[in-house]
Design a protein around this ligand. Sequence first.
Ligand SMILES: Cc1cc2nc3c(=O)[nH]c(=O)nc-3n(C[C@H](O)[C@H](O)[C@H](O)COP(=O)(O)OP(=O)(O)OC[C@H]3O[C@@H](n4cnc5c(N)ncnc54)[C@H](O)[C@@H]3O)c2cc1C
Length: 515
Amino acid sequence: MKINIIGGGPAGLYFAILMKKLDPSPDITVVERDGPHDTFGWGIVFSEKTLTFLDGHDHQTYTGITAASQSWDAVVVGHKGETATVRGNPISGIARLSFLNILHARCRELGVDLRFQTNAANVADWLDCDLLVGADGANSLVRKTYEGFFLPSVDIRQNKFIWLGTEQPFPGLTMIFRETDAGLFISHSYKFSQTHSTFIVECPPETWLRTGLDKMSDADTCAYLAEVFKSDLGGRPLLSNNFVKWLNFPLVKNKRWYHKNVVLLGDALHTAHFSIGSGTKLALEDSIALADSFARCQTVAESLPEFERGRKPVVEKFQAAALQSLAWLENVKEHLYLDPVPFTYRLMTRSRRVGFNRIKRTDPEFASQYNVWRKAQPQAGPIPAEYLDLFQKKSFGHLATLMPDGTPHVTSVWVDYDGKHILINSARGRLKDRNMEGRRQVALEIADPDNPDRYLAIRGPVVEVTEAGADDHLDKLARRYLDKDKYPPGMRFPGEVRCLYRIEPKHVTTWNPFG
Ligand SMILES: Cc1cc2nc3c(=O)[nH]c(=O)nc-3n(C[C@H](O)[C@H](O)[C@H](O)COP(=O)(O)OP(=O)(O)OC[C@H]3O[C@@H](n4cnc5c(N)ncnc54)[C@H](O)[C@@H]3O)c2cc1C
């Protein structure tokens, strides 16, 4: 068997290693346009869970990575000039170059043919093989060459970001929010070696233009940003790595993952926002999943569909969480009024993979600080505070309305809560619309999608039916329920008129027998 891999990043190199471990006989070539000691960027991070997973697949690379890593367990958030720390998040940082060099050494040891400084300008030149892997990053040439088959989408996000370094040690995953006269700047930093930390700066496009960063030289850019974060950097400069470039994050997805004997891997296939720090983790897990498919199925024709079938749902779930995180940062202005502890709590729970109970388990001290703040707040309204998470999850409500003859009608609905009323969004002329217009009493059960035994049961009158703001509200719901910025026009009926229904929760029952 002959395998050609375009792209010697984490995905391509790790896949080559795993395939050689599976069977040393295939002839595997990795084509990489850069040299073995060139790399853009600084450090990358892995969670403890990811490292344990890697250990199970290749102990030697795991040992190399852990020996070259810096570990910590805190997330530190800087806001309003103060910091809040949340412990219990074990993470390791490693220089991207050291990490790649560990993979290079392992590839050589296993007999992989590494061809550096070789740019694959034309995919057809590398098709002379049984399997061609496109592991050529977010701007993948392989994906573009077969875009008619892969059907990719690339959503270019609004915020500008730049990947820099510093000698200031940040012994924790540190995010700092700085409001300046020109606008908001956010930094993401972490220590990845004895001497250096990664320092990514992100800002909204208006801030970027207002400050003139679009026209600044590399040196002026580093100096300007070092001044913005002067106190956080202890006055140390920001460093560039031959790569001072502002980027917009491209959210890459592909409808199909393989075409004949060509398959995509890593960033070429999908991206996940750096705020959840897991692009490399996803790339490595792809390699593991593809190699596992080859271990289970004998042929390329069987292995590639098996890879897509097993891996795609996992990646889609992860990308949905990463999109929540990214969108939260794009809209962070609405949270900046909060004090550091509640702000940090919202930040920690932004991708909805972490909730209060998890934080309480891993850092009881931070959880109790948050509780003090929560208890001091004015009453949240008729819905108990510990059930408000149901309005952040993809929770479905089952809405009971009354038919003209008095018999009940039940339908599932998306639900929202404004602190006073439950909000339902529907369209004029639907059965529930007609029922609610005619008979205002309704009942609604909202179950936790993660535990249907836990639910809210609500009864009360529909106190308002209005078209005002209903379209914007539907877009808001689409962000939560569909992971889309806007409700897709194609999902609407021609001429559909949306309505908002405000339900006053007069009777509220909660149920969580096993929680
Ligand atoms: C600012 C920023 C911060 C990040 N921080 C983190 C982090 O903390 N943790 C984390 O896990 N991930 C992080 N990532 C993401 C991470 O860098 C990628 O997700 C990861 O490297 C993907 O691996 P890959 O092998 O798929 O692609 P890449 O690492 O992009 O590798 C692709 C390789 O293909 C080569 N190539 C491309 N085209 C050709 C061609 N035509 N011919 C030959 N070679 C070619 C490229 O030179 C490159 O070496 C970050 C990304 C950015 C932009």
